[in-house]
Design a protein around this ligand. Sequence first.
Ligand code: SF4
Ligand code: SF4
Length: 207
Amino acid sequence: MAIQDKEICWVSEPELSFWESTFLPAIAQGLKTTVGHIFDNKTVTQEFPEVKPNLPANFKGVHRLNRDDEGRVKCVACFMCATACPAHCIYIDAAEAPWEDRDKYPERFVIDELKCIYCGMCEEACPCDAIELTSEFDISGQTREEMLYDKDKLLSIFDQTVKLPKDPVRTHGGVLGPASEIVQPMPPGKVPPPLPIISRPANDSSH
Ligand code: SF4
Ligand code: SF4
């Protein structure tokens, strides 16, 4: 399609006066701004790493695997987090639990922290609050393998962060994800209402 002449906005080069062409007014304006900031006491930069930034309470940083009251990994290897993860960066090998109070536990649990997009879906999906995102963010590694956080590393992050005032904020500071809400017991003889049936057109092949 040909472009009409009236659709084009022609911009002509501005004409500089004699003083403007020396650039002295622009330099003076720049120096005025610089000197103004020298005497302005308002801090606009965060002096990381000497000063840790004050992160919001819902900041989503590195994961941790929580421990139960007996210090065991809380995870029951249900794969809900790995299923919900949009980045497919959680790898779990489930095995028979060595304890009597659960069927399974994660023999291997790895999160690729480089692939993770820190969305928090794993935390939302977990039915037993075994995985949480912490306020830790300044992680680094020399190799890609170092950024694969295994079970021991994820448990050690729990040990490092569990006493920080900010970190248990999602578990202890308010409403949990839908999977963790306390379900009120139904009165005897009552059954829960059926889930709504969503009908789809006959030619819908998306499921
Ligand atoms: S925060 Fe999101 S992307 Fe990262 S592991 Fe959890 S679900 Fe996956
Ligand atoms: S959803 Fe929770 S319990 Fe299930 S595998 Fe993930 S961390 Fe473990």
